[in-house]
Write a protein that binds this ligand. Structure first.
Ligand SMILES: [Zn+2]
Ligand SMILES: [Zn+2]
Length: 402
């Protein structure tokens, strides 16, 4: 029995390494020479590890999740692995490119005076303008969320702005080191136009490896705060996820969500996260939020620990005390099993059913603090009708939305 359980554990660990995101590259990294070792990022120095050991969120040489739980993408690795590779996504991507608002190097010249302005650039990349500052989250402009140019999730939707046209930035905020959030080429191209980078613990080591001056990087543990400029504060807040860019660096760097606190307005950026009880504490400490940009995409009931189901996104918005939400982490890469449009459609119907104001802009469309009109269901133009999947168990939903 012992042998069997040890063997099972080994298989589970091996499979968990290859599971979900990063998925393909975890498998291929064993047998393939990457085009650039750099893309995998850096390894941590002894000094850095010694610093991490002082964090309450670092245990047994790994970053951990809320309540000290070890992070794992799924409680049932084998089941999730099997499901991922045997289930066919009925609509992995739109048949035509999605409608978007094209932006160029003139688009951000005049910042609004009395309002934040938030522009979704696809997936989790968002240009936030607040109190005269420009802050970009998780810049991912690459073709593939992968260290390789020939394999790994390929974007099906181009960004609404060329990376060369991104304006001078006061800051870039990174949520974690997965390839769909931290893209080496994008960082290298934006470095000269960016005054400062804010990351969770350890993620700055990748940036340094790619040529970012260490003096431009601030790494924050959960609940750590720093001023960007003009009194605008960014705070790293908890998230329930995992990290790693290769086979052997699982959970060696931290993951976080972020509160962006302006002089009058408060914004929240979820990064990648499963549903967790600390949303409540984030809402208490930094809310109410004028706008929360919440992940809603790449979810599945088999790995709902690390990506929120749509019902959970709505529940989280209530705990955060968010006046309005924008669903992000969808419409760009096919990373799960749900139809590409399902996150938008579920946000649309669930937000109405539960009294949450969801703003659902096209990529490139400006969102200001002023009230917006009815949401145009623009994603439906490109939608083929298929059976909806991933229904969250009703009992669990009732508890979360109480
Ligand atoms: Zn992730
Ligand atoms: Zn992601």
């Amino acid at each position: 029995m012992k042998f069997i359980s040890r063997k099972y554990k080994k298989i589970s660990i091996a499979l968990s390494l290859a599971l979900l995101l990063p998925l393909i590259w975890s498998l291929t990294a064993c047998s393939t020479t990457p085009e650039s070792d750099d893309a995998f990022g850096s390894t941590l120095s002894k000094e850095t590890l010694a610093m991490f050991r002082k964090s309450p969120n670092f245990r047994d040489e790994n970053f951990i999740n809320i309540a000290g739980e070890k992070s794992k993408p799924s409680t049932n690795f084998l089941g999730a692995f099997y499901r991922y590779f045997t289930t066919k996504n009925p609509a992995p991507q739109p048949e035509k490119p999605l409608p978007f608002v094209a932006l160029n190097n003139q688009s951000f010249i005049d910042a609004p005076k009395d309002s934040y302005r938030v522009t979704w650039l696809g997936h989790s990349a968002i240009l936030i303008e607040i109190d005269g500052l420009k802050i970009l989250t998780d810049p991912m402009f690459g073709e593939r969320a992968s260290p390789f140019s020939w394999i790994g999730p390929k974007r099906f939707q181009q960004p609404p702005i060329n990376i060369a046209d991104i304006p001078e930035l006061d800051a870039i905020i990174i949520s974690h080191d997965h390839y769909d959030h931290l893209d080496m080429e994008s960082i290298k191209l934006l470095n000269d136009r960016t005054l400062h980078f804010f990351t969770p613990l350890g993620v700055g080591s990748h940036l340094k490896q790619w040529g970012v001056n260490p003096s431009k990087i601030t790494e924050l543990d959960w609940w750590g705060e720093a001023e960007v400029a003009n009194g605008v504060i960014v705070a790293a807040t908890p998230a329930q996820h995992f990290s790693g860019r290769g086979v052997f660096d699982r959970n060696k760097t931290q993951w976080a969500s972020w509160a962006i606190i302006g002089q009058k307005e408060r914004l929240f950026f979820s990064g990648d996260t499963g549903f967790h009880r600390e949303f409540d504490e984030i809402g208490k400490r930094y809310g109410p939020f004028d706008l929360a940009m919440l992940e809603n995409g790449a979810y599945d009931k088999s790995w709902s620990q690390v990506h929120m189901m749509p019902e959970e996104t709505i529940a989280a918005s209530k705990m955060l005390n968010a006046k309005r939400i924008i669903p992000i982490h969808w419409g760009t890469f096919d990373l799960a099993l749900h139809p590409w449009y399902e996150p938008a459609q579920k946000t649309y119907s669930l937000s109405r059913a539960h009294g949450v104001t969801a703003v659902q802009p096209k990529m490139g469309e400006f969102v200001l603090s002023t009230p917006t009109g009815p949401v145009a269901q623009w994603w439906n133009d490109q939608r083929e009708r298929v059976e909806e999947t991933n229904t969250f168990p009703k009992a669990a939903l009732a508890t979360k939305l109480e």
